[in-house]
Design a protein around this ligand. Structure first.
Ligand code: C2E
Ligand code: MG
Ligand code: MG
Length: 454
């Protein structure tokens, strides 16, 4: 049997001493200039080469060949092991070497990527060697008699000494990755797609500061109207972010990014606490309103999410039936068991659960009856086109019939016209939200709006 974890922690390793396995520093510097798998000059030497090139007068392209994407590489690694993968890299290089002018140096700049600088006449034209490489790698590589299909990417960026070697390598790597989405498997660096990635990265990097600041994030509220009586008993909390440099960023842009990261936990927490505090103030001012909060797939897969939510509710002096939780149904695919258990728990405590954006994306009809929910929100794409009598409402009526047949309370989103409002009421839809009745507004304006719409 192995030692217990406590015993292992008590064991202090002896201070590290140089061993006979360590290289002499001079030798280490030399070896550190070459890739140990291919024996080629590595990124260090590419950087030196880049600085030498800065003196050259000839127009030059930097070409990066990435043998395959990291996910595919990891699958091969898992199935066939490290030695096989090293053979794969060497075999890919052997094919590359038959295509690249032998007078040019190939640099092995990262595990799967090789860089070459090509003197050209015109840096805006794809050099024939790039197409030849893409073409050659359409054939599988055979290693130990196993043919491995690989997904080569060839990126190109004009050499510009002002850009510097690190940024040039990043740009050409982006180009090589983007090239896999094209039939040709060769791409120039495109500032526009890269700018979108950089913006996404910046949004995620800046969110923690926004959560800590008190002047960047806020909530707007959109009234939810009972279509049969015209009364407003509920409002949806919608997040707004005013970034100090980027200005207003739509939740439709940043929420999907945040959902891919652990930041979704503090974000939903921020929204919940703020929405509940503001709901408390509204109630104190005499407006008994249920507040609906958008949760993300990841939130429902977090253990203990329901306890945190009910704890916030209690701390704000609200009852669970003062809140509704909205989520999109597509998410239940991931960790469905835990998500459903938490929804069940919340519902039995009194929280209403709503399925958001129903009828958009991939709504799973067979799953619908198994989801513990009270409300079904019909996606605006089915509602917004309704502007006058005769507009096609076939899908809308079918979705409504399904929702009513399964005993959901139905809320239509995106009511923009008087016609849509009346039509949905006649079809028996219970509730609605939309610009026709009210746009989302800050909390203080909501109080005024409620005064004016008793
Ligand atoms: P959603 O939850 O389906 O919210 C409804 C969206 O439709 C809101 O966009 C709202 O402003 C907009 N809307 C309402 N009525 C109309 C109308 O009549 N016409 C049109 N064209 N649009 C209308 P918003 O505020 O930009 O939010 C977009 C999405 O971002 C939300 O869709 C929701 O999925 C997400 N989101 C917003 N706030 C949060 C939040 O606090 N947490 C999470 N996880 N997601 C949020
Ligand atoms: Mg919603
Ligand atoms: Mg929606």
């Amino acid at each position: 049997m192995g030692r217990s974890p406590t015993k292992q922690m008590q064991h202090k390793p002896a201070p590290r001493q140089a061993t006979n396995r360590q290289l002499d520093p001079k030798l280490r510097d030399l070896v550190g200039r070459y890739d140990h798998v291919s024996g080629l000059p590595n990124r260090k030497q590419f950087i030196e080469h880049f600085h030498e090139l800065a003196q050259a007068a000839r127009p030059t392209l930097i070409m990066l060949v990435t043998l395959t994407d990291a996910r595919h590489y990891n699958e091969v690694l898992r199935a066939l092991g490290i030695a096989f993968c090293e053979d794969l890299v060497r075999c890919g290089l052997a094919r590359l070497e038959t295509l690249v002018d032998p007078d040019l140096t190939i640099f092995h700049v990262s595990l799967l990527s090789f860089a070459v600088t090509l003197p050209v006449d015109d840096t805006a034209v794809v050099p024939p060697v790039a197409d030849a490489i893409a073409h050659a790698f359409a054939q599988a590589l055979t290693i130990d008699a196993i043919p491995i299909r690989i997904d080569v990417g060839v990126g190109l960026v004009p050499f510009n000494p002002d850009t510097g070697p690190a940024e040039s390598l990043r740009a050409v790597l982006v180009a090589a990755q983007d090239s896999r989405r094209t039939n040709r498997h060769v791409s120039f660096y495109d500032h526009k797609t890269d700018a979108a990635h950089l913006r996404a990265f910046r949004i995620l990097a800046d969110l923690p500061r926004a959560l800590a600041a008190d002047d960047q994030l806020s909530l707007h509220y959109q009234p939810r109207i009972n279509l049969q009586t015209g009364a407003c008993h509920a409002a949806e909390a919608l997040l707004r972010w005013t970034h100090p440099d980027l200005g207003a960023i739509s939740p439709a842009e940043f929420v999907p990014l945040v959902e891919q990261t652990a930041l979704i936990t503090p974000l939903t927490d921020w929204v919940t606490q703020r929405a509940l505090q503001q709901n408390r103030s509204l109630r104190d001012a005499g407006h008994a309103l249920r507040i609906s909060i958008n949760a993300s797939p990841a939130n429902l897969s977090e253990r203990g999410f329901h306890d945190v939510l009910l704890g916030h509710c209690d701390a704000a002096g609200l009852a669970p039936d003062h809140i509704e939780l909205e989520f999109t149904e597509g998410m239940l695919a991931t960790n469905a068991g835990l998500a459903i258990a938490q929804l069940d728990h919340l519902r039995s405590a009194g929280v209403d659960v709503a399925i958001d954006d129903f009828g958009s994306g991939y709504s799973n009809l067979s799953n619908l009856a198994n989801i513990p929910a009270d409300v079904l929100k019909i996606d605006q794409s089915l509602v917004r086109p309704l502007t006058q009598a005769g507009d096609d409402d076939f899908l809308l009526r079918q979705v409504l019939a399904i929702a009513q047949g399964l005993d959901f309370r139905v809320c239509a989103e995106g009511i923009e016209s008087e016609f849509a409002f009346n039509h949905l009421r006649e079809l028996g839809c219970h509730e609605g939200q939309g610009y026709f009745m009210a746009r989302p507004m800050p909390a203080d304006r909501l109080a005024d709006w409620l005064e004016a719409h008793p």
